[in-house]
Design a protein around this ligand. Structure first.
Ligand code: ATP
Ligand code: MG
Length: 424
């Protein structure tokens, strides 16, 4: 016998007893997306490396450190997708969805892959629910996107999530701001971590997002983009806040949130839980007016978010929202004794399952006694016994497992009888 093979580090099996909770959450997502008129899109798990190099950005941790790349026969280089947005925008451009109704509103539930150090709420394969609203510059679009995810949280009865919003401006206001930021750090530039030094040349705003404690301290008093927005960006940000207020959605302004790439513009937001420590961000999103053009489309604005489903499930578990999600039992278990009875019971089994009635039948050649034990374990509502006596009479002895009452039912009437009883 060979050694046991385990699942790769950072992956996780979602076992049958957990799937119910996942289906419940996915069901809510579908309901809410439908209420907001977002259409589902399914994209591949791998793409050309270049898509993420451009779409997410070569200077981000995601691309430079966390991406799984695939060398296919030494030629094309592919990558497992680390996020959903780039793929969805690629598909939007590829299928000419530009020319449809504007805005194009899409959602996805998909696997993402990042080579990170696994820990609670951080895996190497995880799932994201996300939406992309493509084609609108308006602040009301940003507010709608935020409202959709806020609706999901309240429908799932999740408490204690804080919505934090910011504006990262546009290329116009950002270049001035970058000068200020660079001037600010100039005196202690060399004290910043290596990553931040690199960010300074490629994407200065990202230093504000650094997790390094020393960098955080040094940058405590750093100038903030929100204080230097141009008129358009300022007005856009004010409008987002007004629409959120008018919809009754609470938020705080957090000037340190950055989605710091050139094509991210204006609104940036996060939903953060204080329960999950450094894995507290459940959902991150924002506006990306430069992205569609960046990956080969026409100049088209967009806004969206990505929400980590594993983190969402962790929070729900901690808040006791996933209790009472036990496996269901079945409706009827057929207990034939002997091969002749089994053949007849198989015909009934065919009928029952075709009607969508949850049914079971002996597949272990068990004795009647063992079958009754099994019937109890699988938590069946009814058991239909077909022994020698019953076979002679052409009936099943149907036992209601709750009341323990028994009744003889003609073999050919079993399905109707069960259907009727379940309907009561
Ligand atoms: P973090 O700061 O926690 O690394 P991030 O900024 O890398 O998050 P995004 O790229 O914005 O995350 O992805 C959106 C969401 O996807 C996150 O808010 C989180 O819920 C989830 N997510 C990201 N990386 C992982 C991971 N490795 N495992 C599980 N969920 C993840
Ligand atoms: Mg990350």
């Amino acid at each position: 016998m060979g050694n046991k093979i385990f699942a790769p580090k950072g992956t996780r099996d979602i076992l049958p007893k957990e799937v119910k909770a996942w289906e419940m959450v996915e069901g809510k997502i579908k309901e809410i997306c439908s209420a907001f008129n977002y259409k589902q899109i399914r994209v591949p798990d791998f793409e050309h490396y270049a898509l993420f190099d451009r779409g997410v950005g070569e200077s981000t941790d995601i691309v430079s450190k966390e991406m799984y790349t695939l060398n296919h026969r030494g030629s094309d280089v592919f990558a497992l997708k680390p996020e959903g947005t780039s793929s969805v925008i690629r598909a939007f451009i590829e299928h000419g969805m530009t020319s449809g109704i504007t805005p194009t509103k899409l959602y996805y539930i998909t696997s993402c892959f990042r080579s990170e150090r696994p820990q609670k709420g951080r895996q190497r394969q995880f799932h994201q629910f996300g939406i992309e609203a493509i084609g609108s510059y308006s602040a009301s679009m940003d507010a709608e996107v935020i409202m959709l995810v806020d609706t999901l949280f309240s429908e799932l009865k999740i408490k204690g999530l804080e919505l934090r919003i910011n504006s990262v401006g546009c290329p116009k206001c950002r270049s001035d701001y970058y000068e200020r930021l660079k001037n600010f750090v100039e005196p202690f530039k060399n004290e910043l971590c290596e990553d931040c030094q690199d960010r300074l040349s490629k994407n200065p705003m990202r230093i504000l997002d650094c997790k390094n404690e020393h960098c955080k301290t040094l940058l405590k008093e750093a100038p903030l983009m929100v204080d230097y927005l141009c008129e358009d960006c300022k007005e856009h940000f004010e409008s987002v806040k007004e629409y959120l207020n008018s919809a009754g959605i609470d938020f705080v302004v957090d000037p340190k949130i950055v989605r710091g790439l050139d094509y991210y513009t204006q609104t940036a937001f996060e939903f953060v839980s204080t329960d999950l420590g450094s894995q507290g961000t459940v959902c991150g999103g924002g506006r990306y007016n430069g992205l569609v053009k960046m990956i080969g489309g026409s100049d088209t604005p967009g806004v969206g978010f990505g929400l980590g489903l594993e983190r969402l499930m962790l929070i729900m578990e901690e808040q006791g929202l996933l209790n009472d999600m036990e496996e269901d039992g079945i409706d009827i278990y057929l207990a034939p004794v002997g091969k002749d009875a089994l053949k007849i019971a198989f015909k009934s089994f065919r009928e029952l399952t075709k009607k969508g009635i949850k049914s079971g039948i002996d597949v272990m050649d068990r004795s009647l006694k063992a079958q009754m034990k099994y019937a109890n374990k699988v938590n069946t509502k009814y058991t239909a016994i077909l022994g020698e006596d019953e076979l002679n009479k052409g009936v099943y002895t149907v036992r209601n497992m709750g009341t323990k009452e028994q009744e003889e039912i003609k073999i050919e009437n079993l399905t109707e009888y069960i259907k009727g009883s379940l309907g009561e």
